[in-house]
Design a protein around this ligand. Structure first.
Ligand code: KIV
Length: 261
């Protein structure tokens, strides 16, 4: 590993914007790492992005660890962050510590990400040497409580998100994800924290931006408004597969160059 949590703080101090991307497997991690992405998040969006679940709620610790190990094997330079799945930390401090530790001990991650204002747990983990990335605003594990994937922090609730961000910084979080909050709030929180903010649907004023890799590559069938596709791999894959099938059907594959004698 060569990117550390201290580098991210230094990027903020120097006004250097950076990116984080999700990764769920070895080849993707290797490509992103070699492309210079400093932070790879094994997000619990693994649930929809790689496992076909409808939300992040069903994904388990074992599934998260399995994919974190694959990503850690592909990352030579990037900081690898494992996302604590639903009910791996909410039941008790002890459970949260044990599961966070598993991401480092068994998954090869360098840090964990935790949704919501888990101030006490963050404090404890940092004390134990486990770096924590916080996550406030739209926290998808609370989708049912929130009544859907809705923008958070409009109107009076902005102050609550501000307070959560400050409390998590004070507890020792090394960075904080701001998801689906008004751009003005994203910029405001960013200006008031020493740690970097990593926005997703939180406007251009954040210190860094994160996207789900499937959304960036155009693999997601119905991407959310906050996502931007920089490629259309859904089409590229379908085209490649059809071209292969056509070659086989008309007898042009395998040709001499792909045959043994
Ligand atoms: O799981 C995930 O992909 C995330 C990002 C959207 C920040 O939490």
């Amino acid at each position: 590993m060569s990117v550390t949590i201290h580098d991210l703080r230094a990027y903020k101090a120097a006004g250097k914007r950076f990116v984080m991307l999700t990764a769920y497997d070895f080849p993707t991690a290797q490509i992103l790492d070699q492309a210079g992405v400093p932070v790879l998040l094994v997000g619990d969006s693994l649930a929809q992005g790689a496992l076909g679940y409808e939300s992040t709620l069903p994904v388990t610790m074992e599934e998260m660890l399995h994919h974190t190990r694959a990503v850690a094997r592909g990352a030579r330079n990037a900081l690898v962050v494992g996302d604590m799945p639903f009910l791996s930390y909410q039941t008790s401090l002890e459970e949260g510590i044990r599961n966070a530790g598993r991401f480092l001990k068994e998954g090869g991650a360098h840090a964990v990400k935790i949704e919501g204002p888990q101030v006490e747990l963050t404090h404890k983990l940092v004390d134990l040497g486990i770096p924590v990335m916080a996550h406030v605003g739209l926290t998808p594990q609370s989708v049912h409580e929130l009544g859907g994937y809705k923008v958070q922090g409009r109107g009076e609730t902005a102050a609550r998100i501000q307070d959560q961000a400050h409390a998590l910084e004070k507890a020792g979080a090394f960075a904080i994800v701001l998801e689906a909050v008004p751009a003005e709030l994203g910029a405001d929180i960013t200006g008031n924290l020493q740690i970097p903010t990593i926005g997703i649907g939180a406007g251009p004023g954040c210190d860094a931006q994160v996207l789900v890799i499937n959304d960036l590559l155009g693999l997601t069938e119905k991407p959310p408004k906050l996502a931007k596709a920089y490629a259309n791999l859904r089409r590229a894959i379908a085209d490649a597969v059809r071209a292969f099938a056509e070659d086989v059907e008309n007898g042009t594959f395998p040709d001499e160059g792909h045959s043994y004698h």
